[in-house]
Every structure is written in structure tokens, then in C-alpha cells.
Ligand binder design. Structure first.
Ligand code: ADP
Length: 330
């Protein structure tokens, strides 16, 4: 997929390069032919001058007329060169603007295609698992323990579906202001503890550490806050190794409430730290990426943070991993 994108970009660069070369060649040719014409006019003017004015009889008149001719010749030269440079400058700027927007469009198109593929895959998998589990429950008389296991698995898959559809729906609603943000006073500490408990139950190979300051009240939309927390913890799980620790920290500092989700995973290079909050953006190569995803999670987190006048950022965790921080200003 990445190769396809590179090929299209290369073709675009080649097309613009050739177009620019052609325009520059046409401009040079245009300048040369105008210069030739200018010279011709100068020489015919000189011939006329030699015929009309006698150089030895009236040298001062002759010099004056010759000066005029030469001045006109130089003025024309400067005019043609000036026009050529302005024209070339405009063409280069225009081509650069067009190239940038075309490049952005190609990348966006590619990201949208990747997103569609990822969504299709992410929707199909939980549906297939849930279908299989329910069919098994219907067909076979299983003991209670096995039934509970299958039902819990099915419930987990429907939660995944719910998470994904929520991400898609809410981000499109927030984008065009269709989601009415309903803020209320709520206990962020309780919401966060409940979320961590949910993850601890679901994911056994991770150690979740809670550093949550009690009674941290916040004025926020509960659904959006839950989606934000869900996405950050889900990413921490997705992008770090099994058995590594994930710390969820909530602190009150002066007039701010700071949420941090800290993992000990692969970390994020400095050059990618801003880009990951863009829509559909995913680090790395589509062909070699191992983690499933849509590139919507952090974009949605940023939209939610903006709606709560909060800042979201990522920094390095020492010695390993990332710290995602959301700073809510009271
Ligand atoms: P995705 O569905 O791909 O996870 P996100 O918008 O949530 O989309 O994240 C964008 C990209 O940022 C991810 O593809 C991943 O490369 C990177 N990323 C997000 N969270 C982390 C993390 N905790 N550690 C390392 N990389 C991360």
C-alpha cells in the first residue's frame, strides 16, 4: 500500500518536474527570441540614424540619437528579463502550491482507503466471533462454566464493536458540531477507577497501576470523557509489551486537573509526536504494521480535549514508553 502511495507521489513529482522544465525552456526561448528582435530593432535604428544624420557634420546630434537608441535597447532588455523573472516566480509558486495540495490529497486518499480497510476488518472480526460463540451455545449443551466463558467473550467483542462505532460516530459528530456536549459535575476519580477496573478484568497480562487522587471533580461530558480515557488506555495496551506496566495517574495541580496514561512500550519518535493527533494518521508502514487500528483514536481524543478546553500531548517515558497527558484547566 505504501509502495502504491510512493509510486503515485513519484509520478506526481515527475509530472510537475517535467511541466516546470517545459515552462522554463519556453521562457528561455521566449527571452532569446525577444532579445534577437530587440537587437534587430537596434541595428535597423542604427542604419536609419546613419542614413538620416551625418556623423561628421553634426556629431552631437548623432551621439544624442545613438544614446537614445542604446538606452531603448537596454530598457527593453531589462523589461524582458524582469517580465521573465516575475513570470517564472509566479509559475514556481503556483506549481509549489498545486503540488503541495495534490500531495496532501493523495496522502489523505490513501489514509482514507487504509481506514476503510481497517474498519471493515475491525467490524467483521468481532461480529464473526460473536456469531460463532452464539451458534456454539445454541447447538451444544455446554456446562455453566463454558457457557459463561463464551458469553463473556461475546460481551467483550460487542464492547469492542461499541468502542469502534463510538469512535467513528462521535468523531464525525464532533467534527461538524452535531454532538451536543453536555457537561456536568462528575467525580473523575470514580470514573477513572471504574475504567481501570474494567481493563484489569479484561486484560490479564498487564499490570495496571492506579495513582488516582481522590475526589477529583470535573465539569465534563461523561460519555466523551469515558471515550478519551478508553482510547488512551487501549493504546497503552496495544502499543506496549505483555507484562509491562501501565500507570493511570490523576492529579490536581493549582487550577488544573492532569490525567496521565503512562506505558512502557515502544515510545513515539519526536518527529511523529504532533502528527499522531491527525485524522487517520498511523505511524509506520501499512505492510509491516502489526497492530490493528483506524488512526481515529488520538484524533478523537484531541477533539474531546478541545471541547473541554484541555491540552493533550505526548512525551517520552524514561527509560521506555510514552506519557500521554491531558491537562484540564478549571
Ligand atoms: P490507531 O487506531 O492506529 O491506534 P490512534 O489515533 O489511536 O490510531 O493512534 C495513532 C498512532 O499513534 C498509532 O497508529 C500508533 O502508531 C501511535 N500511538 C498511539 N498511542 C501510542 C502509544 N501509547 N505508544 C506508541 N505509539 C502510539
Amino acid at each position: 500500500m505504501r509502495n502504491k502511495l510512493q509510486l503515485r507521489l513519484r509520478k506526481t513529482i515527475l509530472f510537475f518536474g517535467l511541466l516546470l522544465l517545459y515552462v522554463i525552456a519556453a521562457l528561455v526561448w521566449w527571452f532569446i527570441s525577444l532579445e534577437k528582435q530587440n537587437k534587430k530593432m537596434y541595428h535597423s535604428g542604427l542604419q536609419q540614424l546613419n542614413m538620416i544624420v551625418n556623423k561628421s557634420a553634426t556629431p552631437s546630434l548623432y551621439d544624442k540619437e545613438l544614446n537614445k537608441l542604446q538606452e531603448e535597447y537596454h530598457r527593453n532588455q531589462v523589461k524582458y528579463a524582469g517580465e521573465g523573472i516575475v513570470f517564472l516566480g509566479l509559475i514556481i509558486v503556483g506549481a509549489a502550491v498545486m503540488f503541495r495540495s495534490l500531495r496532501r490529497q493523495i496522502i489523505m486518499q490513501q489514509q482514507q482507503q487504509n481506514f476503510m480497510m481497517a474498519v471493515t476488518h475491525e467490524l467483521k472480526t468481532p461480529i464473526a466471533i460473536a456469531k460463532l460463540n452464539l451458534e456454539t451455545l445454541l447447538k451444544h449443551k455446554l456446562d455453566e462454566q463454558k457457557q459463561t466463558k463464551l458469553l463473556t467473550m461475546t460481551l467483550d467483542e460487542t464492547k469492542r464493536l461499541n468502542f469502534l462505532t463510538n469512535n467513528i460516530l462521535i468523531s464525525s459528530q464532533l467534527e461538524d458540531s452535531r454532538h451536543t456536549v453536555t457537561k456536568e459535575e462528575l467525580d473523575f476519580s470514580d470514573l477513572l477507577k471504574a475504567k481501570v477496573a474494567e481493563f484489569t478484568n479484561r486484560i490479564n497480562d498487564r499490570q495496571f497501576i492506579c495513582e488516582i487522587e481522590e475526589d477529583t471533580d470535573i465539569n465534563a461530558d461523561p460519555l466523551l470523557l469515558e471515550i478519551l480515557v478508553n482510547n488512551l488506555i487501549e493504546n497503552a495496551v496495544k502499543y506496549s509489551d505483555k507484562n509491562s506496566r501501565i500507570t493511570v495517574r490523576l492529579q490536581k495541580k493549582d487550577v488544573s486537573i492532569i490525567l496521565q496514561v503512562i506505558d512502557e512500550g515502544q515510545g513515539i519518535p519526536d518527529s511523529e509526536k504532533k502528527k499522531i493527533f491527525s485524522k487517520f494518521y498511523r505511524i509506520g508502514d501499512e505492510a509491516t504494521r502489526t497492530q490493528k487500528g483506524t488512526g481515529l483514536g488520538l484524533y478523537l481524543c484531541k477533539l474531546i480535549a478541545d471541547d473541554h478546553s484541555a491540552d493533550i500531548s505526548v512525551s517520552d517515558n524514561i527509560p521506555k514508553g510514552s506519557i500521554f497527558a491531558v491537562n484540564f484547566k478549571a
